[in-house]
Design a protein around this ligand. Structure first.
Ligand SMILES: *Cc1c(COP(=O)(O)O)cnc(C)c1O
Ligand SMILES: [Zn+2]
Length: 386
């Protein structure tokens, strides 16, 4: 199981056994994060070693909380997505160097594949074969696929208005659908109750460590592609914050491994006008994230009114010198057209939000013209067309 040394609470720093399945601190209810014996890996895990392995996220096995042997057998080809230079979009934004990390080419069409691949491998190692997840859609599709791949069962709790193409995708892979009257937090309560009653493993965002660790590989790949020169700014469409926390964690681990120095990109959370609890907390200077009432946006992945890891997200953004930016659904749609026409990348609305967010920050001068900028397209735009 890689070199996991244990799980550490992101709130009170209490440490726990590495095999522990629940990642909620019993002392302070903050998320636990996996810690590795990085010092021992310093000489072994070089860019050269990792670069020679077959492509896919399991080539980072030493930095993942599950056996890579099992991981490779469950793999559907997740990870090692392209980092595309987008010069025409950059010029249009008045910037010099912009890249898109295109997560839309992952299995099931989104970066959720990374997190669920690792979460399912980690739990399977401990003999678990029933998983439960509250989901806006994409995480459910990914879990259904990896559960099928591993001969396990997926039970998904979704808001009743979840996108029909994703419901069909889940059904196709044999996932059990439970529709919920309410938003993702209500789905979370019902999923947690089902987990308790049925003995299923709850793979909710930040309730176990595999999903953050899987998404961490986005940061590892980025650092590997750009070498020691990390970008100046990263824009990320933020829902539950798994990816943001994972990317920041990747950079910290790579610094300990000696791959990069202490310089870090400024991390930007992009959220929807109708659901922006993280950006509001940043604007107000609050340490914690308050629930956003009446959350609404067509970008389902951003409709997370009360992210469980709120404090950690806000703290990570602030420490990076980053910020938050809000865009409307209409701006996301326009940005999607702009990106597809200029560069041929068909983004999901959440990914397109980063293009719209970059336009706002470039206009304000918060991003300077010569700065190097990475936008995360978290999924394919094809699901929205079905
Ligand atoms: C889940 C999701 C997000 C939000 O991801 P987090 O890492 O949990 O903040 C963004 N975009 C898409 C397409 C998603 O499915
Ligand atoms: Zn704690």
């Amino acid at each position: 199981m890689g070199a996991v040394r244990g799980l550490e609470c992101s709130g009170c720093r209490e440490t726990f056994e590495g095999s522990r399945l629940s990642a909620v601190c019993p002392e302070c209810q903050s998320p636990l994060l996996a810690q590795y014996d990085l010092e021992a890996l310093r000489t072994r895990l070089t860019a050269d070693v990792v670069g020679r392995r077959p492509s896919g996220l399991w080539r980072w096995g030493e930095l993942l909380p599950a056996s890579e042997t099992l991981g490779w057998t469950l793999s559907l080809g997740e990870g090692d997505t392209p980092l595309l230079p987008v010069p025409r979009l950059a010029a249009d934004l008045g910037l010099k160097s912009v890249w898109i990390k295109d997560e839309g080419v992952n299995p099931t069409g989104t970066f959720k594949a990374r997190g669920l691949a690792v979460a399912v491998a980690r739990a399977s190692e401990q003999g678990i074969s029933d998983f439960v997840l509250p989901t806006a859609g994409n995480a459910g599709a990914a879990l259904a696929a990896y559960a099928a791949r591993g001969g396990a069962r997926a039970h998904l709790f979704l808001p009743a208005d979840a996108p029909p193409p994703i419901l069909r995708e889940i059904e196709a892979a044999g996932g059990q659908i439970h529709k919920v009257n309410g938003l993702i937090d209500q789905a979370g309560r019902e999923a947690a109750a089902a987990a308790r009653e049925q003995g299923w493993l709850d793979l909710s965002t930040f309730r176990e460590v595999g999903r953050v660790e899987g998404k961490k590989t986005m940061g590892l790949e980025l650092a590997e592609s750009l070498g020691p020169e990390l970008p100046d700014v990263i824009l990320y469409p933020t829902g539950g914050g798994t990816g943001l926390i994972g990317i920041a964690k990747a950079f910290d681990e790579l610094q300990t491994l000696g791959w990069i120095d202490e310089r870090r990109p400024r991390l930007v959370a992009v959220q929807a006008e109708g659901c922006a609890p993280v950006v509001r907390a940043l604007d107000r200077g609050d340490p914690a994230v308050e629930r956003w009432e009446d959350a609404h946006t067509a970008a389902a992945g951003l409709r997370v009114p009360a992210p469980f890891a709120g404090r950690l997200i806000v703290d990570t953004l602030r420490r990076s010198g980053g910020t938050g930016v809000v865009v409307t659904d209409e701006e996301m749609r326009q940005a999607r057209r702009r990106l597809a026409r200029l560069e041929g990348v068909l983004a999901c609305l959440e990914g397109a939000a980063t293009v719209a967010g970059a336009a706002v920050l470039a206009r304000q001068g918060w991003i300077r013209p010569e700065e190097r900028v990475v936008l995360f397209n978290t999924g394919t735009g094809l699901k929205d067309l079905l």
